[in-house]
Design a protein around this ligand. Sequence first.
Ligand code: ADP
Length: 324
Amino acid sequence: MADAQKTIGVLTSGGDSPGMNAAIRAVVRSGIAADMRVVGIKRGYHGLINGDVTEMNLRSVSDIIHQGGTILYTARSPEFQTEAGMQKAIRVCEEYHISGLAVIGGDGSFRGASALSAHGVPCVGIPGTIDNDIAASEYTIGFDTAVNTAMDMVDRLRDTMESHDRCSVVEVMGRKAGWIALETAIAVGATAVLVPEIPCDLEKELIPRILRIQKTGKRHYIIVVAEGAGNTTEIANLIADKTSIETRATVLGHVQRGGSPTVRDRMIASEMGYHAVELLAAGQGDRVVAMKDNRVVDYDIYKALEMTKPFDKKMYQISNTINI
Ligand code: ADP
């Protein structure tokens, strides 16, 4: 390594999401274009603590833009949240001369990045999670792919529900956020959507809604439930009990986290990765890259972690109005 050449690292952390590879690729190639050395750290903060560091070059990120998952693997590292773990991570950064780190991940990974930044390793967070639950950013890499997968799966369920005059209660992912549920519900025309942000009284609101819609002649129903909004099996049993409609519960699960990223996710990952490197090349750390008014921006990482993101009540209202 030439003494003057700056080294940056890139890692993926927490839950994986489609488009993380496109972001890694953008970081590696933008970093090399800016005359920096780029190293990849495998398995997130776990790999950072254990010195799992690999030299990256232009070809190490070939043929990955279309792949889901992450070539750097990902992990959750409780040890990183201890002072001893943090000290090990700092020592590895010193050993490899890492003077800036791009962290691709969700809210927890950003908290880790802010802790590392506070200990003197400048980090830039890139929002990567299917849940779209990072307050500072209107959009997170992987969300569009996940919603498209959920839509496709529910479309398939709909075919069989329609044939049998049934009700299908479908649980989608999202952790404590209802974004995947809301967009899926609108995209499939679901009879109802349950999200953690807007509590729904099942007996007083959901059941009467289904019965009301049944009276208009509808014979099959799709209810989309965010994973943080209740127990899908219990909701399905309640609907069956109270309406006598044959009801099935389906949990889509991790299929939503996989698959080839959509155009939107590849584009945004590429732009955000490039933007993160611009910051690191300029010696700026303690930042997060985010989407605001459909443009890529960046914020102070500590302020970003204090932000809140209001739920889209208008879209929820639209869903309830037209999906009847
Ligand atoms: P995500 O980034 O998808 O939200 P997690 O919440 O599991 O995933 O966080 C990923 C990793 O980030 C954790 O395993 C831990 O190493 C680190 N992390 C999470 N929260 C903190 C925190 N408050 N302080 C330091 N590190 C954290």
